[in-house]
Every structure is written in C-alpha cells, then in structure tokens.
Ligand binder design. Sequence first.
Ligand SMILES: *Cc1c(COP(=O)(O)O)cnc(C)c1O
Length: 375
Amino acid sequence: MPTPYHRPSHLIDLRSDTVTRPTKAMRRAMASAEVGDDVLGDDPTVHLLQHRVAELMGTQAALFVPSGSMANQLAIRSLCQSGDEIICHKDNHIIHYETGAPASLSGVMIQPVDGPRGQWTADQLPELIRADNAHHPRSRLVVLENTHNRGGGSVWDIDKVAAIAKAARGANLHMHLDGARLWNACIASGRKPSEYAKHFDTISCCFSKGLGAPVGSALCGSHQVITLAHRFRKMFGGAMRQSGVLAAAALHALDHHYDRLETDHAHAKVLCTGLSELTGITLALPVATNMVFVDVSPALGTASDFAARLKALGVLTLPSGPQRLRLVTHLDVTRDDIDSTISAFGRITARHQPGIRRAAEPKAASRRTAAQRSR
Ligand SMILES: *Cc1c(COP(=O)(O)O)cnc(C)c1O
C-alpha cells in the first residue's frame, strides 16, 4: 500500500539555500536603509556592513560584492598573476561552478587535488608545489572551501586548515578561503569566523545562502589586498550605487539569521535519518551541516525521474549526478516540511517497488501524523 501523502499547500524548495525570500522584517530593514552612492564611496550602510564583516573575520577590511563568485574571482585576480597556478580540491566551486573564470578573468591554471569530502591534507602539498624554474607555472595560491559544497557540506577541521596554511606560507603561497557557507561551518564546529579566517589572506563569505539575504557576498582581507580587489570590482562590473539597500538585508541577516542555522542542521539530520530508512534510497555522503546528498537506486529510475515525481508531490530537489539528489535545508523550510518531504519520498519508493516493503513502518506512521498536522 502506498503511504498516504498529504500534499503541502506550498512548494517545499530544497534545491538550494539560495532560494530563501527576504522576510518582512528584512524588507523593512531594506526599505529604511540610509543610502548613498557607494561607487563614490558614500553609502553609510555599505560601510557599516563592511566594518561589521571585517570585525567578524578579524581582517583589516572587507568589500561588499554582488556574488560569491565575484568575491572568489576578485581574490584570485588580486593574489595571482597571469600564468600562475592555484592548488585546490578537484571538487571546488571555483572549478565547477564559476564558468572557467579563473582562466578567463585572471589567466591562471588550477592544479586539482583529491581527497575525501572536498578535503585534503598538508602532507599532500609538497608534491603539488612546482619547482621554481622557467618551465613551470608559478605555484601561487591555495584555495580551500568551507563548508565544502560537493563534499556534502563538510566542515574543515581547524587544525587541518592550520597545517595547510603553515605549509603554504613556508612555500610562499597565498591562502584564500571560499567561505560561501563559512557560517554553517562555524555553527557546526563551534568556531568563530575569525578562527578560520586568520589562516587566510582573503576570505569570501555569502549573505544570500543560509543567512537569507536576497543578494550579496563579501571579500575580506588586509587593506592592501582589499584596495586591489576594490579596483578589480570596478573592472569586473561589480561596483554598485545605492547598494545600502542590499547591505541592510545582509546586516539584518547577520543579526537575526546566524544562530538559527543550527535549526537547518538539525532539519538536515532528521531528513537524512528518515530518507535512509527507505528502500532504494541511500545516503551518499555523511551529513555535517545543511546539505543532504542521497543516491536513488536505478530500480527507481534516474535522479531526474525521481526529482520530477517529487516535484509532482510538491517537493523540489536538485539532481546532482545520474543517480544523486541534493537537498539543502534553509530559513524557509520548517520541521513539517521535512516530514512532508520524507513522506513524499516514501510514497514514491513504495509505489515504484510494490514488492518491497518499506523498512520502518512504525516510524512512517508517526511521520504521517506529523504531515497531517502540518496541513
Ligand atoms: C554558492 C557558492 C559560491 C558563490 O556563488 P554565487 O552564486 O556566485 O553567489 C561560491 N562558493 C561556494 C562553495 C558556493 O556554494
């Protein structure tokens, strides 16, 4: 018997933590923001945000930019020369999701490193660094990603970061942190952003993911590197005028949405437990923060087929491999939404494997109750 399923009255969007919509309170903060022309340097709210973020990271300066990709690319452009080489994990965002920008905008190469869940260790570094002679690209920059997106939202252990930073500095390399989800890493590890940031020359961070702002990221670092990045921001077309309206949303997000990231992590754990009980669904990566990656058995079709069936039941997910689905929890996902999602998965797995019983019927019953309550 298929599990009864109560379609939620709204779409449950688990494709990404970027899908959040600004809350009423955030919109009020935006509407009442004091603004000026930031290209001329006189938007007070942008200044406020930049100070606040620099303080959080323990850096001399910060620069507000339109996107995380731009923050990363400004770091690369500011720290590297054309012909240089970056060392980073083969699954990093800058390799897969920034449209080849390191090559296009900065003329640099990337040497990809392997390791579990987007991470690697300091003892891998020596053999990745090029000998200093006229044949080779110049090893210039190490980029780490925390949390690691394709690594399942994995959190870097601070001692591993410190060890890589020490080895990199010893070899005259710069360090950049792609911290689009650094906030999640901090909530999960109990570390302050500055504890991670101190190991890097530049740090990017994002306000439009888990923190729920509509737009915006920041690049943090020394006065010297941020002065350079400020120039390249203009060159890349990222200098904005009355951007205080957006900075106000980011400030509101830092004030009101930082601590609650814990809830997203708890929701991801519930989701992971519920989904792994279903026949044909296996957890692809350990859940560390707000991301859940599951593999769908080929008996249930491809990940895209499965995502289409989920969509018909009101649940949006992101296929991220032939059999892999990504689900990300965020500000706009409630505990009831999590229960409804598990029950939507259960309905599909039961329907498409009529001969196979679901693993945990008693739990399914309690989830049904929760889903009914949510209506
Ligand atoms: C989302 C993300 C970025 C930046 O993405 P934008 O869409 O350009 O803001 C950078 N790095 C990682 C790891 C991300 O997940």
